[in-house]
Design a protein around this ligand. Structure first.
Ligand code: NDP
Length: 486
């Protein structure tokens, strides 16, 4: 007889009569091996954790919408941008980078700002940060760099010595380090920070013309930051304050939003740009490449279940839609391998079938089988191509125009294209953008951070870093040196 009672069941759905008392021989035990419900319960519990993300382990997420507010269809044939007013759902995951899953939200660290746009021509993942640049410009450096942000292999402690040793030996990180040690390195929650696609991407229009683009999400809540002291205090007071702030804002219907802009550089401009336009340690100045408004994103729904959606969210910079493409940016090229690879390891080969990752449009291809296939696996349809049965076509209209490559030798190039200029843009930030107070805070944050350098190489590391600061700004170098007693 059917009724509506919600009964406790085993994982296979058999209604089960109790949940707390193991089956025993007599009141005192021992426990019987035949209590399969006990095994299932303990065994599943043992498997509750999946591998933590090596980077961006601590995060918060929310669903929302993206709406096109201005016409940029002359740059892109992306279906999303075909008409002002077009909308799609989004899922956004914010995160810190270096800490473990339980680390504090107020750590001085870049913030991940990963957006998944569920368009009718596939998912577009804009996997960015709250900073427009990054510490390195070649993915080959990434594992070494990240090791310096994690724990010392001997002490198992975070190590300013490792960090500054690396940064001082890798001056291309200076621009990002300047931003990190400004108050923007400790944003006041996720709602009050900008997001940047950071890399150079491309857009292709319906005439098959390509331009280079950068993506910006500017917070409509206004930028708000914590001082170093406030961030330290928050670490003890409420290590999850950014998660709390996001959830509470959405629950009380104060939906956070961001205005979306693009910067556009033509292929001709790219050839003449004074820096390599594909260098992830550089921005494109707004005065030369103005922000063009294109959309608005709002977050308005907290996921029903954190693990299901936030922990299992898998973003990949390779998830692009027709009309939006890659660029030669070396970091971007590395990330298009690394991200899907990480997801295959953490979530399995069929991670795109997990609801939060699943496209809202049909998926047709010949990928079959593997762990946890839950999408019907293509049913009885052919699993090979070409075949005489199905009507799946590889439609040439989605082909991107070819790109002319230069005829240089394949090699591991060290420096080229004015790439040793690690100093001009951090200098612009320090002198032209920061207020007096922001400069003072940045200097104090540097003194505070570098005070933690210890061991026999302390003097050598500090002196090396001060030499870089000198090339950015003499006031900066002098004041940091003084603060450190040099
Ligand atoms: P603009 O004066 O036109 O823009 C400065 C930008 O800096 C604004 O987007 C502002 O964001 C942002 N900003 C302000 N304070 C900080 C900070 N402490 N850390 C990071 N960003 C900050 O200048 P330019 O375009 O000529 O660039 C000058 C410098 O500004 C660059 O070298 C770079 O360091 C920084 N910058 C430039 C960006 C760009 O895409 N051009 C983007 C972000 C930073 P907001 O308007 O939201 O306050």
């Amino acid at each position: 007889m059917k009724d509506d009672k919600k009964r406790l069941t085993t994982a296979s759905g058999r209604p089960y009569f109790e949940n707390e008392d193991s089956m025993t021989v007599g009141k005192r035990g021992p426990v019987l091996l035949q209590d399969h419900y006990l095994h299932e319960k303990l065994a599943h519990f043992n498997r509750e954790r999946i591998p933590e993300r090596v980077v961006h382990a601590k995060g918060s997420g929310a669903f929302g919408t993206f709406k096109v507010t201005a016409d940029i269809s002359k740059y892109t044939r992306a279906c999303l941008f075909s008409r002002v007013g077009n909308e799609c759902s989004v899922f956004v995951r914010f995160s810190t980078v270096g800490g473990e899953k339980g680390s504090a939200d107020s750590e001085r660290d870049p913030r991940g700002f990963a957006v998944k746009l569920y368009t009718r021509e596939g998912n577009w993942d804009l996997v960015g940060n709250n900073t427009p640049v990054f510490f390195i410009k070649d993915a080959k450096k990434f594992p070494d760099f990240i090791h310096t942000q994690k724990r010392d292999p001997y002490t198992n402690l975070k190590s300013p010595t490792m960090m500054w040793d690396y940064w001082s030996l890798n001056p291309e990180s200076l621009h990002q380090v300047m931003i990190l040690f400004s108050d923007r390195g400790t944003p006041d929650g996720f709602r009050h920070m900008n997001g940047y696609g950071s890399h150079t991407f491309s857009m292709i229009n319906d005439k098959d013309e390509r331009v280079w683009v950068k993506f910006h999400f500017k917070t409509d809540q206004g930028n708000k930051t914590l001082t170093g002291a406030q961030a330290d205090e928050m670490r003890g007071k409420d290590p999850d304050f950014a998660q709390r702030d996001l959830v509470e804002a959405i629950k009380s219907k104060k939906f956070p939003s961001w205005t979306f802009y693009i910067q556009v550089m033509t292929e001709e401009q790219a050839k003449k740009f004074k820096w390599n336009p594909f260098d992830l340690t550089k921005i494109w100045p707004h005065s030369e490449f103005p922000l063009i408004e294109a959309g608005r994103m709002e977050l308005n729904r907290v996921p029903e279940n954190y693990f299901a959606d936030v922990e299992q969210a898998a973003f990949a910079p390779s998830n692009l839609i027709d009309g939006i493409g890659l660029s030669p940016d070396k970091m971007l090229q590395g990330r298009i391998f690394a991200y899907p690879d990480a997801h295959r390891y953490r979530l399995g080969g069929n991670y795109e079938q997990i609801p939060v990752n699943r496209p809202v449009c049909p998926v047709h291809n010949y990928q079959r089988d593997g762990h946890m296939t839950v999408n019907g696996n293509g049913g009885a349809a052919p699993n090979y191509y070409p075949n005489s049965y199905d009507e799946i076509v590889a439609d040439k209209k989605y082909k991107e125009p070819g790109q002319q490559l230069n005829s240089d030798y394949a090699d591991s190039y060290d420096r080229n294209d004015n790439e040793d200029d690690h100093y001009t843009q951090p200098g612009d930030l320090f002198r032209k953008v920061m207020t007096h107070q922001q400069r003072e805070n940045t200097i104090n944050n540097f003194i505070d951070g570098m005070s933690g350098i210890e061991g026999p190489k302390r003097e050598e590391i500090i002196k090396r870093q001060l030499e870089h600061f000198k090339k950015v700004d003499s006031e900066l170098a002098d004041k940091v040196a003084k603060g450190l007693g040099f």
